[in-house]
Design a protein around this ligand. Structure first.
Ligand code: ATP
Ligand code: MG
Length: 572
């Protein structure tokens, strides 16, 4: 493609609203533009990257035995009511009415739609198993769309759904998809890690996320330094936080009420009392399922994990209660809350069990208790794993290793769903004995547009993007230093034709621009291999070949240049 005929609206400055490097570079390099919060135009270069990402997905999904189809974006409310998610999904689901006042939504994911298709199309065990996938635009009205393509409201996803007669076969396909995902992300040239994951709004009982490792990632991951355990912190079991067995012969000193004027947070009170945060019990009041309240207790140096809290309580939704609600219930602001004498159902993290010499709020303004003894002074209704796993915790799997912390961008997730949707929607088959049974299901997503951002997060330098060859918009940037020079023009035009004839994807910078501008733009958009054609080199019968990633430069002969370049690409 000739640059002069391609829409590549590069900018001199980073966009003011961009926080992460992929957002900055993709806008500055003329790949994307936001038209509304979390909704983007994809310019030609971006679409080329997307098509490459998609074609690797297609090749590997097809190789794994899946079939591509295409489902509608608009889906009727009835299906979501059948599964129960019309109520559960909340504001992320964009709902609308058609002209006949019938309810619809924009698909954020397609379990309902595909299950409906399968229940009407499949009768017998002989027709199972199969795996159906599509690549399609999804809409989720995210609370916080941000970071460019990383968290959009409208985005492109590959979603796949598999159907089986029994659990073993479904688990086989789960493993098949797991391996397929490893091949896909390896082909993209990205550094990634599969991690154990929570199942969230999709549901099911077993799940892994594929995380591209990057500092800017929104997900916190922990992994063992010895074994291959790795998990999203939402899911990671927190181990090694139970206190050692108590010495029962030793009595705790008396409870002491101390004055802590104006000190509310653990950090403030800890400094004021000269006691370490791990001596504290934090009391957090949550509103559950929009009606009831529960107090959750975690140690002062730990962070509560709301996913675990929700699981422990067996509820649909947990939300931290606001100050007014806490004040109305306990008569104090949250900073002075404590479990002693609190008339509220209380659930505590394992690490709070048997604590002695602890500090808690006194349920009275400007006061805390010290010398709190959990067994003597308060009794939660249950103990559970409620906290975030953290770096330095013992590995819950091998017990010898310690957990390390990383950040990641979730680019894919696989779920074993079981019968959740097939039972809700009545997707059944007749087994060999003619009995009707619900199907077993799995589902498997990949964030196609998020991958564009993830690739840039991992592959850039101060000058711009460095596309991995397998997903670059073009393989080669052909850059004549002065396209108005006759000899340069002839050589460059000829090479452009020859490269294209060999199937090499070339962006030909035929613009009438200063060389400095061309070099800069070329580095910014990140084409892996640059071929520079200049009068000086041509006089010696040479061209310059330079890799964007490491700046490695070699001179190659003009004669047979197309073949040489083709060879370099094949070896890369
Ligand atoms: P997240 O936890 O990041 O909100 P999710 O777990 O809700 O994502 P899934 O339902 O697993 O997302 O969707 C499959 C894939 O689609 C994700 O792994 C991710 O790569 C991508 N994806 C999800 N939400 C978005 C979004 N708002 N913008 C871009 N890609 C997204
Ligand atoms: Mg997910």
């Amino acid at each position: 493609m000739r640059w002069s005929k391609t829409l590549i609206p590069t900018l001199k400055e980073d966009p003011a609203d961009a926080e992460v490097v992929s957002h900055k570079l993709l806008v500055r390099a003329g790949f994307i533009r936001q038209i509304s919060r979390g909704i983007y135009d994809y310019f030609p270069l971006a679409l080329k990257v997307i098509r490459k990402i998609e074609s690797i997905v297609r090749e590997e999904m097809d190789r794994a035995g899946a079939q591509e189809l295409l489902l509608p974006i608009a889906s009727p409310a009835e299906l979501w009511q059948e599964s129960g998610r019309w109520e559960v999904y909340g504001k992320e689901l964009v709902r609308f009415k058609d002209r006949h006042a019938r309810d619809f939504c924009l698909g954020p994911t397609h379990e309902e739609i595909v299950t409906d298709l399968v229940r009407s199309a499949v009768r017998s065990y002989r027709e199972l198993p199969f795996n159906l996938y599509q690549i399609q635009t999804k809409f989720r009205d995210e609370v916080r769309p941000r970071f460019g393509l990383m968290r959009g409201r409208e985005f492109i996803m590959k979603d796949a759904y598999s159907f089986h007669t029994d659990m073993q076969d479904c688990r086989r396909e789960y493993d098949n998809m797991f391996e397929t995902y490893k091949r896909i992300f390896t082909r993209y040239g990205l550094q990634y890690r599969p991690v154990e994951a929570d199942t969230g709004a999709i549901g099911g009982s077993l799940s892994h996320e594929f995380q591209v490792l990057a500092e800017s990632g929104e997900d916190a991951i922990v992994s063992c330094n010895l074994c291959d355990y790795a998990a999203n912190v939402e899911k990671a079991e927190a181990k090694g936080s139970r206190p050692a067995a108590r010495d029962l012969t030793e009595e705790s000193p008396q409870l002491v009420k101390v004055s802590t004027p104006g000190k509310r947070s653990v950090a403030e009170v800890a400094e004021y009392l000269k006691l370490p945060p791990e001596k504290f019990v934090k009391t957090l009041v949550y509103r559950i399922d929009n009606n009831d309240f529960v107090a959750a207790l975690v140690r002062g140096d730990h962070e509560i994990n709301e996913v675990k809290l929700q699981t422990a309580l067996g509820c649909r939704e947990v939300a931290l209660a606001d100050e007014a609600a806490v004040a109305a219930m306990a008569g104090v602001t949250p900073g002075y809350l404590g479990p002693i004498g609190l008339s509220l159902r209380t659930i505590a993290d394992f690490s709070v069990q048997s604590m002695r010499g602890a500090v808690t709020g006194a349920n009275e303004a400007n006061a805390h208790y010290t010398e709190v003894d959990q067994e003597r002074d308060f009794t939660p209704s249950a103990f559970a794993d409620l906290r975030m796993a953290a770096a330095g915790d013992h590995c819950p799997r091998c017990d010898h290793g310690l957990l390390e912390a990383h950040r990641g961008i979730e680019v894919g997730q696989v779920f074993y769903l079981g019968k959740k949707y097939s039972e809700a929607l009545g997707a059944t088959y007749l087994d060999a004995e003619g009995r009707e049974r619900p199907m077993e299901m799995g589902c498997y997503g990949i964030g196609i547009s998020r991958l564009v951002a993830a690739a840039v997060e991992q592959n850039h330098d101060a000058n711009g993007i460095i596309w991995p060859l397998s997903i670059a918009p073009f393989q080669v940037l052909l850059l004549p230093i002065n396209y108005n020079d006759k000899a340069t023009r002839e050589a460059a035009d000829r090479l452009y034709d020859e490269l294209r004839r060999r199937g090499v994807e070339v962006l030909f910078d035929d613009r009438d621009e200063r060389p400095g501008v061309k070099f800069k733009d070329g580095d910014l958009i990140g084409i892996p291999l640059r071929i520079t054609v200049g009068a000086k080199g041509l006089a010696k019968g040479c061209l310059e070949l330079r890799w964007r990633r490491d700046g490695k430069t070699v001179e190659i002969a003009l004669a047979g240049a197309a073949q040489t370049i083709h060879g370099h690409l094949a070896q890369a």
